[in-house]
Design a protein around this ligand. Structure first.
Ligand code: ITT
Length: 194
């Protein structure tokens, strides 16, 4: 569908997942996938007030810079017992405290009974001079009491998607990339393109 598609992210974990999700999608979504640093490092200030706004800022900046179709993701984890935090601040909250995402979250939920949480991803596909699409995807689950597994990135070692009994970091990438918030948002983009 796209001869070239830029994955507008500096997060290698996300990039890897995007490639797997795109390659597993039945149609030829992109012949050649380009990792953002191939073009040049572009720092985009994530000043939006929602996942959707931030994904638009990233995809637009990258497509203006490259002149190519770009897909960007803004994502995060919303924890019930923390009133939806860290949400759109998921990348920086733990980092600012000098902790890994799992360490920060487990310490915040120490002794807390309600462990419900949801991952959200907004994906923005920006095709220069043509159109811009934004979709949002979700994955519901719970926060474990200890970190387990070594796959994935970010909060994966403490996120138990509903119905699997394992954290995202314990599950094979093929499973995560079928049920994740990112996969859900990507399926919605593919449907809109049809
Ligand atoms: P880019 O903006 O360059 O894409 P980023 O990591 O800063 O990279 P976000 O601003 O969208 O991206 O922050 C997303 C954060 O949410 C990410 O760093 C993780 O902490 C968390 N996160 C999102 N999706 C996740 C997933 O599938 N597994 C684990 N953690 C995830």
């Amino acid at each position: 569908m796209f001869p070239e598609l830029v994955i507008a992210t500096s997060n290698e974990g996300k990039y890897k997942e995007f490639c797997e999700i795109i390659h597993a999608s039945c149609e030829n979504f992109a012949d050649r996938i380009i990792f953002a640093p191939e073009i040049s490092r572009l720092i985009v200030e994530e000043s939006g007030h929602s996942y959707a706004e931030n994904s638009l800022l990233k995809a637009r900046a990258w497509s203006q810079k490259s002149g190519l179709p770009c897909i960007a993701d803004d994502s995060g984890l919303e924890v019930d017992a923390l009133d939806g935090a860290p949400g759109i601040f998921s990348a920086r909250t733990a980092r600012e405290k000098g902790l890994s995402e799992s360490e920060w979250l487990l310490s915040r939920l120490d002794g807390v009974e309600n462990r419900k949480a949801r991952f959200t991803a907004a994906l923005c596909l920006c095709v220069p001079e043509k159109f811009t699409l934004i979709t949002e995807g979700y994955c519901y689950g719970k926060i474990s009491t200890i970190a387990r597994g070594s796959n994935g990135f970010g909060y994966d070692p403490v996120f138990l998607p509903d119905g699997y009994g394992k954290t995202f970091a314990e599950l094979p990438g093929t499973v995560k990339n079928n049920i994740s918030h990112r996969a859900d948002a990507f399926r919605k983009i593919s449907l809109l393109l049809k």
